[in-house]
Design a protein around this ligand. Structure first.
Ligand SMILES: Nc1ncnc2c1ncn2[C@@H]1O[C@H](COP(=O)(O)OP(=O)(O)OP(=O)(O)O)[C@@H](O)[C@H]1O
Ligand SMILES: [Mg+2]
Length: 238
């Protein structure tokens, strides 16, 4: 299998690791046959990729063979965030969907034991047709056989239909909400959109929640809470 070295794997503060760990455990209790989970949000920059990558690492650490499929084909930043290094040509999901690569060429083992990655490698302006083709379903089916768990990072719901296309092919989705930023109406609209896909909404992740004040967040309390560590971005400000 091809190898990808992830150069930038910072340690997270304890409370963030703990909140993510609770999310991982909650996800484990969300249903018996939940194996493929899509992560999305309503608007850009709410923390989808951050949550997906951290869950991926944690699941791998506890010994689950976990694949992360980067489906943010328009604007993938994963390579910049974790700093890919590989001796092979970086070939990714777009190559496979376009019929230019085999599955074995796009699945990478990483320096995190049990963590496998299908990267984007080349951003494309309009992946809709690619996502609707049968090759995308094939990736999901093969990953389900090969791995214990599959996480899928996507673009935001408010911008493009990609996540709505992906959701029905998965066992369920997680909606990431940036605490204090995303309006309640926007979140409600996203929940309705996801419900209409027929795939279960497994939970909502309240990202960057300031757990020190229990102000006006009752609306979110029904869902997973995911910790806060500061108002700055962890991997650098956007
Ligand atoms: N809980 C957090 N604490 C601190 N920084 C965070 C947190 N969650 C995300 N960030 C940072 O915020 C920025 C945006 O996060 P991320 O890229 O995960 O968002 P996204 O929803 O995937 O954005 P996009 O819509 O562009 O794909 C990143 O720099 C990330 O490191
Ligand atoms: Mg992202």
């Amino acid at each position: 299998m091809k190898q990808l070295y992830l150069e930038n794997l910072p340690e997270l503060p304890f409370n963030v690791t703990e909140a993510l760990n609770q999310l991982r455990i909650s996800l484990g209790f969300s249903g018996e046959n939940i194996q493929t989970v899509m992560v999305t949000s309503s608007t850009p920059n709410e923390g989808k990729s951050f949550v997906t990558m951290e869950l991926w690492k944690m699941m791998a650490e506890i010994g689950s063979r976990t694949a992360l499929i980067d489906c943010d084909m328009r604007n993938s930043v994963m390579g910049d965030t974790v700093g890919f290094r590989t001796n092979d040509d970086l070939v990714g999901i777009v190559h496979y969907l376009a019929g230019k690569a085999d599955l074995k060429d796009i699945v990478y083992a990483t320096n995190i034991p049990n963590a496998y990655l299908i990267p984007v490698s080349t951003n494309v302006p309009n992946p809709t047709v690619l996502l609707e083709g049968k090759r995308f379903q094939e990736i999901i089916d093969v990953c389900k056989e090969e791995f214990d768990f599959v996480l899928i990072d996507t673009p935001p719901l408010g911008s493009v239909a990609d996540a709505l296309n992906i959701a029905p092919k998965t066992d369920g989705s997680l909606l990431v909400i940036r605490s204090g930023e995303t309006p309640k109406k926007v979140v409600e609209n996203s929940i309705n959109l996801l419900r209409r896909t027929g795939a279960p909404l497994l939970g909502v992740v309240l990202n960057r929640a300031d757990t020190s004040k229990n102000g006006n967040q009752y609306y979110y309390n029904r869902y997973y809470q995911y910790g806060y560590y500061n108002n700055e971005s962890y991997y650098g400000k956007k």
